[in-house]
Design a protein around this ligand. Structure first.
Ligand SMILES: Cc1cc2nc3c(=O)[nH]c(=O)nc-3n(C[C@H](O)[C@H](O)[C@H](O)COP(=O)(O)OP(=O)(O)OC[C@H]3O[C@@H](n4cnc5c(N)ncnc54)[C@H](O)[C@@H]3O)c2cc1C
Length: 516
């Protein structure tokens, strides 16, 4: 149903006629989903209108109008994820693409302040020029660098660069009712260096391990912690995508895919890599994800998968080390050798090959391979995404949850990429996170259903095995599945929603509603 003219004009008065649309063509382009979520849906419900504010004042005015007219809004940064969609009618989209500035890179205190449409690729390039680097969500450097957009923000660099929850510093927040709240040091001194104070600390409200997925107002600016970058100011790339690689491997950079005789040995080795702090990037990828990172088409992908699977002796992980000096490089090399000797680790030859190594280092550091790793083989994917907890626990959870996958592979519904899940190590093993990739064939209706069944079976495993709440808990239905097993946290989450959003203006179909 079209918006009443008076409401449309009020919204238009805020952003100007160039920055609002209710043209069906535009609205349908926001409603199209390629099947990245585990449903065969192609079109999701349309927004009533799309508005493109240019700054915080305009966002605030839009939010206040939504509260006044009992309309809902949903903000997005790049709009990449399915969680940017509305759950039903009477929702407008606040598309933040005009808010695209890096506001500050503070080299001394090591943080960066960004608006929502700054993407990681943009921020990382600027940081590298200054000897700094940022964590990037595993979803890819095409995603928003705002540490409040990516679902968790865990990714390839999390071993040395942590993730969204831990990197978040001060925030400017247009709360669901339209009040502007400046969190952390921003609220007391106008500076961005701390998320918890001096100044109001609401970090546990605006996000936990995951974000409220649009259901709790709009984040208009945020600071994130940044890290040391031991590489060159720009990467020496040659060639044209997808056939490009660095002309040389920067001094001190080393990459290996190391495989082990058993999962226990691999976990032992990962712990030691963490303890000795030799890892720049550590990803518990299975061989399928490594070959998808390199392959430039599906035939190459399948050939590599055959080659890698034949060579590996058991589960493994991808490791990039980056020495800060010749002495540090030597320390890292020797430590790794010792760990491999103790745990029976061997290197996959293709990743060690100097012809491939540079390309791998670049694609993993830049996080450009993610869409190949997830979507190349079948055109879409679903995933079982565990929580973030002690590494061994998360490895045990995802290994148990993955067992069911083989049945669906045998039925020809999923890409036969093995059942070994991938496990990420965070902050040198301080935490861990496990995921199972479900690459289903979208042209087979039962295949999408398989994705759903695996997801539900994994939920059951999490509850029965007491593995904690996974990361993918979005919507009332899934929260309510976990609440009774986890001290009814849902009661508190609903109180937060009700207190901060009395008019339910911030559309929350992917978060939680205030209703019991
Ligand atoms: C192929 C693929 C791989 C993925 N891998 C990972 C992974 O490894 N790790 C991980 O953590 N996640 C992963 N995800 C999920 C991922 O975090 C999000 O899909 C992605 O980050 C979204 O892009 P974005 O950051 O630009 O946010 P958007 O897609 O714009 O938004 C994501 C959510 O946050 C809300 N939101 C965005 N910006 C704002 C704002 N400024 N104010 C209020 N709400 C806002 C939106 O409403 C939406 O619900 C993956 C997703 C895909 C499709």
């Amino acid at each position: 149903m079209a918006l009443k003219r008076g409401i449309y004009r009020a919204l238009e008065d805020v952003v100007g006629p160039e920055n609002i649309s209710e043209d069906p063509l535009i609205l349908d382009s926001y409603a199209w989903r390629s099947g990245l979520v585990a449903t065969p849906v192609k079109f999701v419900p349309r927004f009533e209108a799309v508005v493109l504010p240019r700054d915080t004042a305009e966002v605030q005015a839009l939010v206040k109008l939504c509260n006044k007219y009992k309309l809902q809004y949903k903000a997005s940064s790049t709009g990449w994820g399915g969680y940017c969609d509305p759950g039903g009618p009477d929702v407008i989209k606040i598309d933040l693409r005009r808010m695209n500035r890096i506001l500050e890179i503070n080299e001394k205190n090591m943080y960066a302040v960004v608006e929502p449409y700054v993407i990681f690729a943009q921020l990382q390039a600027e940081l590298m020029k200054r000897g700094l680097n940022c964590n990037i969500t595993g979803a890819g450097s095409n995603c928003s660098a705002l540490p409040l957009a990516a679902h968790q923000g865990i990714g390839h660099l999390s071993q040395s660069g942590s993730y969204g929850d831990r990197n978040l510093l001060a925030v400017e927040w247009v709360a669901p009712d339209g009040e502007i709240v400046r969190l952390g040091s921003l609220g007391s001194s106008g500076e961005w260096f701390c998320g918890d104070g001096p100044g109001p600390s609401l970090r546990g409200i605006i996000r936990g391990n995951t974000v409220p997925l649009g259901g709790l107002g709009v984040y208009t600016k945020a600071a994130a912690k940044v890290y040391h970058w031991p590489g060159p100011p720009t990467f020496p790339l040659e060639g044209v995508s997808p056939h490009y690689k660095p002309s040389y491997i920067p001094p001190g950079f080393m990459i290996h895919y190391i495989h082990f005789p058993s999962a226990d040995k691999m976990t032992q080795a990962l712990r030691k890599v963490g303890e000795s702090e030799i890892g720049f990037i550590v990803m518990g990828f299975n061989p399928a994800m490594v070959c998808a990172n390199k392959a430039t088409n599906n035939n190459e992908d399948l050939e590599l998968l055959k080659q890698y699977t034949a060579e590996v002796q058991g589960p493994g992980f991808l490791l990039i080390m980056a020495g800060n000096s010749p002495r540090d490089t030597e320390y890292k090399k020797r430590t790794l050798q010792q760990i491999m000797d103790e745990c029976g680790g061997k290197c996959l030859s293709d990743v060690d090959d100097p012809e491939s190594a540079g390309g791998f280092i670049w694609r993993f550091t830049r996080v450009t391979g993610s869409i190949r790793e997830t979507c190349r083989a079948t055109g879409c994917f679903a995933g079982e995404v565990g929580g973030t907890d002690v590494f061994g626990l998360m490895r045990a959870y995802i290994a148990r949850a993955s067992k069911i996958k083989q049945d669906f592979i045998d039925k020809g519904l999923l890409h036969a990429d093995g059942t070994d899940p991938f496990v990420q190590s965070i902050e040198h093993g301080h935490q861990g996170h496990g995921e199972m990739l479900i690459r289903y064939f979208p042209n087979i209706p039962e295949a999408a259903q398989a994705g759903y069944e695996i997801f539900m079976a994994a939920n059951k495993t999490a509850v029965e095995g007491r593995f904690g709440v996974p990361a993918h808990v979005w919507s009332d239905a899934i929260h309510d599945m976990y609440g009774p097993y986890t001290l009814n946290y849902t009661k508190w989450l609903r109180k937060i929603k009700k207190t901060f959003d009395p008019n339910a203006a911030s559309e929350s179909s992917h978060y939680i509603s205030a209703q019991e």
